[in-house]
Design a protein around this ligand. Structure first.
Ligand SMILES: NC(=O)c1ccc[n+]([C@@H]2O[C@H](COP(=O)([O-])OP(=O)(O)OC[C@H]3O[C@@H](n4cnc5c(N)ncnc54)[C@H](O)[C@@H]3O)[C@@H](O)[C@H]2O)c1
Length: 392
């Protein structure tokens, strides 16, 4: 029986995937094998020694002490792309909000409420001040073509926009999913110079902090619009406010309000609603649970933030799983111990990421406790466990 401790309310759509005969799932459960979490902060929570995996139903893992987990051999999973459609829909809304003065118009209409009989007339008289351009036929520059960026680019094509994408690290999966109508920009500068709208879909890091700044705004067309539902720090706040005040840019839509941005009339501040849909919560919970079950039952790793992706179809009856430091001669020592105990290896895969490596080793014979003890004693081996193939 696997024991799963839930640290937040997790969507029932995910929890229902745990077969009741093999899993015990509860918020108060002693000695859990794994933790399922959304936003609870694990930095100051004691993670029991029994835990071998933590799955976050969401993308960011700031609430998990990832390095400490890696050192202990705890695999941390997240659910990238689980909320991509939710973000994409808000980006499409943002494109329209940045163009059509919808919000100012709605607020103005609301203030007419007291003028009982004259409302229709006042509306017709006043509406011209809220005119704004259509997006069809305009050029959208999408910076970052991952889970969200690809969806935004494809849907913008469907809305009749010209779309240019820039992503020097695009994945093969993303490239497969991208519409052929999306044009490729060789440089960020080239994309900015051609776009009427620019939407950011890349992570915030030391290299992308302040990616859009005064120097970049100078390259952009006069009156262009910026949408940033990725991370606030990607845009230099003082510089974008200046660009808006000098009418270089005509609107900025962000999911990351600050006092300075709220004070600027041309900034549309959304209160971090990008992933706030019940569907996104469901998707993330389902992904987190599926990844956790695969890892616990067969040792497969997909969407981990601290260990390499590693999966192996299980044909042999017995499976050994070893986490070790990424140093020379680890595989040699593991296979020597197995060979010394006459255990025949049928299949083996070893993948590493940064300081850590992971091995899935399928064997013909059951691995005796003595072999497990010898493996655990090897300097550099962090964790050893076995799983049985239910249908060899
Ligand atoms: N507002 C929200 O609630 C919300 C929700 C989900 C994600 N996000 C943010 O949106 C961003 C995109 O999410 P995603 O799921 O598509 O992530 P993703 O990891 O699938 O895609 C990110 C893409 O950015 C690309 N990239 C990295 N550095 C780049 C650079 N310097 N220039 C151009 N491209 C670069 C990567 O190659 C990758 O393809 C995330 O970083 C996340 O912070 C926000």
């Amino acid at each position: 029986m696997f024991k799963i401790r839930t640290m937040n309310k997790i969507s029932p759509l995910g929890l229902e995937l745990f077969p009741r005969d093999r899993y015990e799932v509860a918020s108060e459960i002693p000695n859990p094998d794994a933790i399922l979490v959304r936003s609870a902060d694990l930095h100051n929570t004691e993670i029991p020694e029994t835990v071998i995996a933590i799955a976050r139903a969401g993308a960011g893992v700031n609430n998990i002490p990832v390095k400490a987990c890696s050192d202990r051999g705890v695999v941390v999973f997240n659910t990238p792309g689980g909320n991509a459609n939710a973000v994409k829909e808000l980006v499409i809304a943002s494109l329209l909000l940045s163009s059509r003065k919808i919000l100012r118009g709605i607020n103005w209409s609301a203030a007419l409420a007291g003028n009982v009989d004259e409302v229709p007339e006042l509306v017709e008289k006043g509406k011209s001040q809220f005119e704004g351009p259509e997006i069809r036929g305009k050029t959208l520059g999408v910076v970052g073509l991952g889970a969200v960026g690809v969806m935004v680019a494809n849907d913008a094509i469907a809305l009749g926009m010209e779309v240019i994408g820039y992503d020097p690290f695009i994945s093969v999966d993303a490239a497969w999913n991208l519409s052929r109508a999306v044009q490729r920009a060789e440089t960020l500068e080239g994309l900015l110079a051609r776009s009427d709208y620019v939407s950011l879909h890349l992570p915030l890091s030391d290299t992308t902090k302040g990616l859009l700044n005064a120097e970049k705004f100078r390259l952009m067309k006069k009156g262009s619009r910026v949408i940033n539902l990725a991370r606030g720090g990607l845009v230099n706040e003082g510089d974008i406010i200046s660009a808006l005040l000098t009418e270089k840019l005509s609107a900025y839509v962000t999911d990351f309000p600050t006092a300075e941005l709220l004070a600027c009339e041309k900034v549309i501040c959304i209160p971090h609603l990008g992933a706030s849909t019940p569907e996104a919560e469901d998707n993330c919970a389902v992904m987190a649970v599926q990844q956790l079950m695969d890892f616990l039952e067969s040792g497969g790793i997909k969407n981990s933030v601290n260990y390499a992706r590693c999966r192996l179809d299980q044909r042999a009856p017995w499976r050994l799983l070893v986490i070790n430091r990424n140093i020379p001669n680890m595989v040699g020592q593991i296979t020597t111990i197995l060979a010394g105990m006459h255990i025949n290896i049928m299949d083996l895969i070893n993948h590493h990421r940064d300081e850590y490596a992971y091995n899935i080793i399928d064997t013909e014979q059951k691995i005796p406790d003595e072999a497990l003890a010898r493996l655990r004693a090897v300097n550099g081996i962090i964790r050893v466990r076995t799983v049985v193939n239910p249908s060899p």
